[in-house]
Design a protein around this ligand. Sequence first.
Ligand SMILES: *Cc1c(COP(=O)(O)O)cnc(C)c1O
Length: 376
Amino acid sequence: MSASGAPFRELVVDLDAVTANVARLRELVGTEHAMAVVKANAYGHGAVACARAALAGGADWLGVADVAEALQLRAAGIDAPVLAWLHDPGEDFVEAVAAGVDIGVSSLAQLETVAAAASGAGPAYVQLKLETGLSRNGIAPEHWEAVFARARELELAGSVVVRGIFSHVSNASPEDDRAAVAAYRDGLARAEFAGLRPGLTHIAASAAALSLPESRFGMVRLGIACYGLSPFGAASAAELGLRPAMTLRARVAAVRRVPAGTGVSYDYTYRTDRETTLALVPLGYAEGIPRHASSRGPVAIGGSRYRIAGRVAMDQFVVDVGDADVAVGDEVVLFGDPATGVPSADDWAEAADTINYEIVTRLGGRLRRSFRGGAA
Ligand SMILES: *Cc1c(COP(=O)(O)O)cnc(C)c1O
């Protein structure tokens, strides 16, 4: 089936779906600005291609965790505004500031380091991240006043521009998120009192952006929803008008007819209960297929649904296809757009006791990634 010396294992990303999802989300949230979050290689979808697709759909900001992820976008020629918010203590920010990357600042020490990195290269653009209840990074409320005052000083000295003030919510409950929004509003008021005039205000990621209108402010940061998956789990992606961008597929590498009582894969956690056909799929936990989905993960072969039989191994798993006419080389779809009759990333999340975010982000190993659609 393959001239490349490797079994066919492919992750297909539909860039037109990303573009359409972002356009749809812009329509739904109606904010002045929309950031497409492309951290972690765009949740496994391919950062550079997805960044371009999201910009084509109307995103006017890109968001990443690391400075290195931002610099990867710049190296690919993407000059759209980009914010990076999670930093190593030793990060010096010189390259980031020179590349025009906005730095999310979570402490006074970080603010000083960014200001120092700006010397000579013009002002550094920063966005102050406020802790409002998530207990991750972000400036603690007791330090807001000191950081705001210092930021204003650095603005007047010309080394820093506070372009935005932002935070992040827990999704624990609407009440918890409203409390975070209230704390954030308090932070914005105090920043204004300190003389700061941040043009960008943002606290909502996909879930809050879609479900809590008062969290939208001037911008929302959209991650999972850009890729056509719902932050609320199964079913609602289609209800929201979103289309999953990722399809994971392979081809049957071997078939074997076996009698009843045949043990399948390591530990024989699955035994056939009748004469049946076993199909071998060349994908395993090295590719990020969760071993936790052993005997549970769904696949589609020839328009029918099956489940994994027994353990997911490092390179392969087995599917019991009964008496179906399945042959070597047949396409096996693990997940894609459920509107086409195949399982969804949400089905896999359920099978592995996790969330759709983890299913798509963890894929890698020997998978080949290919793109459909897009400008190119
Ligand atoms: C990952 C992340 C997002 C995007 O979250 P989604 O739930 O995927 O929309 C937004 N903001 C921050 C700070 C993040 O870390």
